[in-house]
Write a protein of this length. Sequence first.
Length: 157
Amino acid sequence: MTHAFEDGSLGLKLKGYLIVPNDALENKIAVYTLRIVQDILSDNPEVVDGWLRKIHEEYMTKKRACDFEDDPVACFNLSTYEEFEKHLKSWDDGGMLAISLPGNRTIRVSKKPLFSVSKNPAESCEECRMTFATVRELVRHYREKHPASIEKVTIPI
């Protein structure tokens, strides 16, 4: 299903200081539903990254036109793109990106997952957040480091 979002006609655009889907992407969101699109884009942040790079290229073009050609239209729109660059920097640093949709709906995507799911089961100490591979190691840790809280990991007989 991710191939459906690699279509070159899909993308993002700026509407004021908001990042919004272009018309083609908005139609895709309507077809697939908001939740499904958010899940697909969260699993494939490189798709969103490509869309953001296109807006960044627009910014660079307008900045050159403003700086070197004194184009008043490019200079007028530059503040919107400069605000976008802050969002792009946050995205590159692993922050969340909000894609605004009609009806006060939002898709939130992150380039890097906010948490990772381990494929190996693990036990965690509730006191100090250390992680252990087995319950036996966790119990030993509680006995050594948190003896007053040992009842959290042992069952009285």
